[in-house]
Structure formats: structure tokens, C-alpha cells
Design a protein around this ligand. Structure first.
Ligand code: MN
Length: 511
């Protein structure tokens, strides 16, 4: 058995199935490059047969990275061929075929008998193997499948050429012991002394995804399937950061290595939160904002004397910024670029220009610029669209017993366009005025405001999801400012620009 755990990251596939999350093609390529820097062994880039957008994503990711790339496919010829085609440019391609095996799924979803499911699995794996040397087979809803049938189909898939055998706890139903025993049984009956890799894929419906995954590893699994921040269907998938830190912190217990560069964890986690719009709960293990904060006096005292008294992981090893002032009013462009690089943001010249302008503006308003401020500014830039409209100025008139009105001026090319409108509160009034200028019919689907740092002069970071009613297209937008009305406007404008940019991309593709 191998003495290292292979990480398959499915942030781009299962992670994108998180309600309300969709990554643009550019986001996916960017995330794939960062997952490669993190050192994941395999990136599940999408489900090539599901849509032209997914096909493009798998193809683009395949070309962008040297690490493993896989595409999901049903045990259906069209899906498997689409996966193979999309993966054609990959250095290490893998086709991941799956079929549901539980009685409930066979009857209610597939309308197939056991024999038919078995045959489809064998045919699917055989076809995939004829197109790709690396084939993973998954029995969807494995943990609610009859044991005899599960062994039978797993054996058949391995005989047909599957090189990785994945046992998903699709609905997060298994108890920790149960899943571990199932893994041990499959290891004994199916894997034996072959080179086939047993894989765990756990969901978090009962909050057990990390626990079941780690138990699976203890009982013989050598591939784990997970996502950044535990994104995924419903309550999400097992969280990559928790699994790797479980293995590392308790290496004495698990005795297994991995190939991850954990100093990338924190910033990748923040980047995924930014791109997905799914913020990380402060009390989340490993990467939550409170994970290394000590409140009680006794704990603080202990940590000051010896950090190991209350810390089992070293935050600096995960790339958690160590606070403190990092840049000031007099810092130059070069210092900002250097610092952004250290935080993992490789800005283009254009992005750097905009980030630097923002930084200067912020330095005038806020005394101390910290790592978290720099990250917020960079995140905003990375989220940038080409930007048909730019903010020029706005003015609001608002109070508790009146209708709020806003006058907003936007730049389009070299023209200043100004409109006024009203709304329930100044933020809505601004959004309506922006709609007046762009002529789009937009609905605000979500709005989040958070303070980037402590203190009265903290930056407010706003994340919005905006849907254009005509096309149905929805985009996230981000804005950062010490003024929350301004960050709201910038976020809204960012989302609107991204909608317009996506429309323009589609138009050129259609042509
Ligand atoms: Mn899943």
C-alpha cells in the first residue's frame, strides 16, 4: 500500500454544485493554476458531457496545468467521448465514470435493474479505458447500496480496467465506523494486492465529511476527494484543508505523507471564498477567522508563554497573515507588487495600476494598511471585469423618514453619464440609478457586507449577486472601500460589468 495520500480536488465540479455558485471560465483556469501550486494530484475540472460551458472548462484547465485533470462522465458513450475529447490536451488525463448503484437510485432515477446497472458500468469503464489509461469508477450512493451488489460491481469495474475505485457517501449518510468498515471490506475483497487505488468521497450532511474521510484513509483509502472550504452540493464535500491538517497534525497516528504545499492553504481558501461568494464561517476549522484567536485570559497567557499550550497547528505554516502594519502612505508601487506577490496575487500591470490607485486612496483614509487590506484590494482587482462602466461619483440624500435618492455618475469611454433615482435606502437608490444608466433590468439576489479588519477605519467589503432578468445571467460583484455605500456601488457595478462582458463574449462566440 502507498504511504502517501493522493488528493483529488473537486472544487471546480462538486464545489461548483454549491447552491448559487458558478465560476467563470477565467476563474476556473485561475483556480486550477492555484490548485496546481497547492500541489493537488488531480483536479476534477468539470463534467464535459453536461454542457458546452463545462466542456470548455475541462479543455481550458487541461491545457493550463501539468498536474492531473479529470472529467466526470456518466456511463454513457456520449459523456465518455466528450470527456476524452475535452481532456485531449491534458498532461495527465483521467476519465471519471460513475453510475448510481443504490436500490433507491436504480428504481427512482435510472429505472434500471441491477443487471442493467452492472452492464452499463462494465461498458462505461471498458470504453473509457480504450480512450484513456487512467480511469476512475464511482458507484454513486454506494453507502446505501446492498453490500453483495456493491462488491460485485466494484470487482467488475476493476476487471474492466478501472485504476481508481471511488466509494462515494453521496448523501453524507454513513457513520464514521460504518464507512471505515466498508472501506476495509472493499479493500480486502476487491483491491487486494492490485495497484488499484481506493478512494473516499464524503459529503457533510451530518457534519461528518472530514471524519469519514480520515477514517477511510486509516482503513486503506489512498485517494481523498475534497474541495476548498468544503464547498459542494447541499452541506458540501469534505474540506481539503481539514483533511490535510488532520493527516499532518496527527502524522503520528496516520503515518501518511502527501504532496501539498500547505502554506498556500489560507490564501487559496480566501480566493475561493471571494470567487464563489460563499464566505467562510469564522469558527470553521483550520481556515476560519477565529481558528487561531485566543479569547480567554488563561489561554492568552498560555499562548504567550508557549504557543503549543493551545495551538496544535502553526498558523504561519498555513500562510495565515501574521497581522501588523505592512505598508504605509509612502509605500510605492513596487512595494505593493512585492507584497501582493507574497500574499499570492500575481497582478498584471493593469491590475497593479488599479490596485495601486486604490491603495493610495485607502492610505489617505486609513492609517495602518495590513495584509488583510492588501488581500481585499487584490481580491477586488482579480474579480475585475474589463469594465464598460467605471465609477465617477455619487451623491445620496437619505434619512429615516424620507425616500432615499441617489445621483450617480459613471464613466463610459470618456463620457460622464449621470442619472438619479430613488429606493428603500441609499444603497438601493444607487443601484437603481446605475440601472438607469446601463439600461439593464437587474435583480439583486444577495448582498453581504463584512469588515476586512477591526477598527473604525476598517475597509468594508461588499459582495453582491446580481441577475439580469432578460438573459437570466447572474454574476457576483465585489467592492471595497472605507465607505460602505461606495463599496456597495462598486460591487454592483463590478457585477454589472461582468454581466456585460459575459454577454459580449457570448456574442463573439456566436458569430
Ligand atoms: Mn459528490
Amino acid at each position: 500500500m502507498r504511504d502517501a495520500v493522493f488528493f483529488l480536488d473537486t472544487t471546480l465540479r462538486d464545489g461548483e454544485q454549491t447552491p448559487g455558485v458558478s465560476f467563470s471560465l477565467g476563474d476556473k483556469v485561475d483556480l486550477a493554476r492555484r490548485l496546481e501550486t497547492l500541489g493537488v494530484d488531480m483536479i476534477e475540472a468539470g463534467f464535459a458531457g453536461a454542457s458546452p460551458g463545462d466542456f470548455e472548462a475541462v479543455r481550458a484547465v487541461s491545457r493550463a496545468v501539468k498536474t492531473g485533470v479529470c472529467s466526470l462522465a456518466r456511463c454513457v458513450e456520449k459523456d465518455i467521448r466528450a470527456a476524452a475529447d475535452a481532456l485531449a490536451g491534458a498532461a495527465k488525463p483521467r476519465i471519471h465514470v460513475f453510475i448510481a448503484t443504490s436500490p433507491l437510485h436504480r428504481a427512482a432515477k435510472l429505472n434500471m435493474t441491477r443487471e442493467q446497472v452492472l452492464q452499463a458500468a462494465v461498458d462505461g469503464v471498458t470504453l473509457a479505458r480504450s480512450l484513456c489509461a487512467d480511469v476512475e469508477f464511482s458507484c454513486e450512493d454506494a453507502t446505501r447500496t446492498e453490500r453483495d451488489f456493491l462488491y460485485e460491481i466494484c470487482l467488475a469495474a476493476v476487471r474492466a480496467g478501472a485504476t481508481t475505485l471511488n466509494i462515494p457517501d453521496t448523501v453524507g449518510y454513513a457513520t464514521v465506523d460504518e464507512y471505515g468498515e466498508l472501506m476495509a471490506d472493499i479493500y480486502r475483497r476487491v483491491i487486494g494486492d492490485t495497484d488499484v487505488v481506493l478512494s473516499a468521497h464524503c459529503h457533510n450532511d451530518l457534519g461528518l465529511a472530514t471524519a469519514t474521510t480520515l477514517e477511510a484513509v486509516r482503513r486503506g483509502a489512498r485517494q481523498v476527494e475534497c474541495t476548498i472550504n468544503g464547498l459542494g452540493e447541499r452541506a458540501g464535500n469534505a474540506s481539503l484543508d481539514e483533511i490535510v491538517m488532520g493527516l499532518r497534525t496527527r502524522r503520528d497516528f496516520y503515518g501518511l505523507g502527501d504532496s501539498l504545499q500547505i502554506r498556500e492553504l489560507y490564501r487559496l481558501s480566501r480566493l475561493v471564498a471571494g470567487l464563489s461568494g460563499v464566505e467562510i464561517p469564522p469558527n470553521k476549522a483550520v481556515v476560519g477567522a477565529n481558528a487561531f484567536v485566543h479569547q480567554s485570559g488563561i489561554h492568552q497567557h498560555g499562548v504567550l508563554k508557549e504557543r503549543a499550550t493551545y495551538e496544535i497547528m502553526k498558523p504561519e505554516e498555513l500562510g495565515v497573515p501574521q497581522g501588523g502594519v505592512v505598508l504605509g502612505k509612502l509605500s510605492g508601487r513596487h512595494a505593493l507588487r512585492e507584497h501582493a506577490m507574497e500574499l499570492g496575487f500575481d497582478l498584471t500591470d493593469h491590475e497593479l495600476d488599479r490596485a495601486f490607485a486604490k491603495f493610495k486612496e485607502l492610505a489617505d483614509r486609513k492609517k495602518d494598511i495590513t495584509d488583510r487590506d492588501v488581500m481585499a484590494i487584490c481580491r477586488e482587482q482579480m474579480h475585475g471585469a474589463k469594465g464598460m462602466y467605471r465609477m465617477h461619483s455619487f451623491q445620496i440624500f437619505s434619512g429615516n423618514r424620507m425616500t432615499s435618492t441617489a445621483t450617480v455618475s459613471l464613466l463610459r469611454d470618456n463620457d460622464i453619464l449621470t442619472r438619479a433615482d430613488c429606493g428603500d435606502g441609499p444603497v438601493e437608490a444607487c443601484f437603481h440609478a446605475v440601472d438607469q444608466i446601463t439600461g439593464l433590468n437587474c435583480a439583486l439576489e444577495s448582498y453581504h457586507l463584512r469588515a476586512v479588519t477591526e477598527g473604525e477605519d476598517a475597509l468594508g467589503e461588499v459582495t453582491v449577486r446580481v441577475r439580469e432578468r432578460g438573459s437570466g445571467r447572474a454574476m457576483l460583484g465585489k467592492g471595497v472601500s472605507t465607505d460602505i455605500i461606495e463599496s456597495s456601488c462598486l460591487a454592483y457595478l463590478n457585477a454589472v460589468n461582468r454581466i456585460l462582458e459575459a454577454d459580449a463574449e457570448q456574442d463573439t462566440k456566436g458569430a
